[in-house]
Design a protein around this ligand. Structure first.
Ligand SMILES: [Zn+2]
Length: 360
């Protein structure tokens, strides 16, 4: 077990008081007066500094005799999808035009209430909204392929064209007749807190930590550049992103096999492509990247491009540090950057590409 310095503990206590989501997964806090341990963002009243003990894992807190809090459930791995929910998601994704109602769930002895709660917490929408959105996305794809609006509406179970048009506008931001691809955004859970992924034309265009205030800004920038509206909705690609992120966080794979669309200037794309070549478990300086792309004097511009990366983790901008070894900045918060680098050093440094992700 690693010793936690007083400085770190002070920083974590401050994060605890502020319920700072950037520290989700970074530490757990034991409260000596109650014998309970919590996540950083627990809604319960905050303990006095003198009553706290800090741990890096829930296991360590347990080993010190603390019991898990009943409000923030520090033992539940938020990146884990319960198997019964996973199979429901797969079922809907496999057949988006079929609707699974609450009555149907009850017939299968599944709890609509539990499902609703889990979806709200982990996907930011209800299960029924998830289903509606997938169905309309499927309709959109058929329209883009040239299908007639009336037949698409009918195939999606709408008796009236206006009912279909209304639902379609609500879900895609455009009308069926002027249909064009839009950016779908979807919330994913990770041990470091929720992330928002964006998909355009079946490619990943964004992956950012939700607590990061940049999400809206990035969405706006990418939307403007692609001239596309963004709406909340699921998609097949997100399941791949989720699975590959899970393997990464479990330390089982450091490679991502996902279709990426890097939205940015030619220079930014050069920098981002260079970042993809930094092996997990290692770091590079801004100077090294500048040299690598043969813009030796553009160190500052490299730093800016690095910070503008919209595909966190997948394009590993966290592996770029200052020349003196200082971590410098990270859009998702320095605590996350530190956590990611430590995780990669532990999991991937000696073994290269443990598990190649196979999409088939
Ligand atoms: Zn708690």
């Amino acid at each position: 077990m690693e010793m936690i310095s007083i400085d770190t503990a002070d920083r974590w206590y401050q994060a605890l008081l502020e319920k700072d989501e950037n520290y989700e997964g970074v530490f757990f806090v034991g409260v000596k007066s109650t014998g309970i341990f919590c996540r950083p963002g627990c809604p319960a009243r905050k303990p006095k500094r003198s009553n706290t003990s800090f741990f890096q894992t829930a296991k360590e807190a347990m080993a010190h005799g603390f019991r898990p809090c009943k409000r923030c459930h520090p033992l539940t791995n938020r990146s884990e999808t319960p198997p019964w929910i996973n199979s429901l998601i797969r079922e809907v994704e496999g057949n988006p035009d079929q609707r699974i109602t609450d009555a149907e769930l009850e017939r299968r002895n599944l709890s609509p209430l539990k499902l609703r709660r889990w979806f709200k917490q982990n996907r930011g929408m209800t299960f029924h909204a998830f289903q509606r959105s997938l169905a309309l996305q499927n309709a959109q794809q058929n329209l883009l392929k040239g299908a007639k609006i009336s037949s698409v509406a009918y195939n999606h179970g709408y008796n009236s064209l206006s009912g279909f048009t209304d639902a379609y506008k609500r879900s895609t931001g455009t009308s069926p007749s002027s249909s064009k691809p839009c950016i779908y955004t979807h919330q994913l859970s990770t041990p470091l807190g929720p992330m928002i992924a964006g998909m355009y034309d079946q490619k990943l265009v964004m992956l950012e930590f939700k607590s990061d205030q940049r999400v809206e800004k990035q969405m706006l920038r990418i939307g403007n550049q692609l001239k596309a509206a963004s709406i909340e909705g699921p998609g097949h690609l997100f399941q791949d992103v989720r699975e590959q992120l899970d393997l990464y966080f479990q330390g089982l794979s450091n490679s991502f096999d996902l279709p990426l669309l890097m939205v940015g200037s030619a220079f930014q794309q050069k920098v981002w492509n260079a970042l993809l070549e930094i092996p997990a478990g290692t770091t590079q300086s801004y100077e090294e990247i500048a040299r690598h792309i043969k813009h030796t004097r553009a160190v500052r511009a490299v730093g800016t491009a690095n910070g503008a990366n919209a595909l966190a983790i997948v394009i590993p901008c966290h592996r770029v540090i200052g020349k003196n070894g200082k971590l410098t900045g990270y859009a998702g918060g320095l605590a996350r950057k530190e956590w990611l680098l430590k995780h990669e050093e532990k999991a991937f440094r000696s073994v290269k590409n443990l598990l190649k992700v196979d999409k088939s």
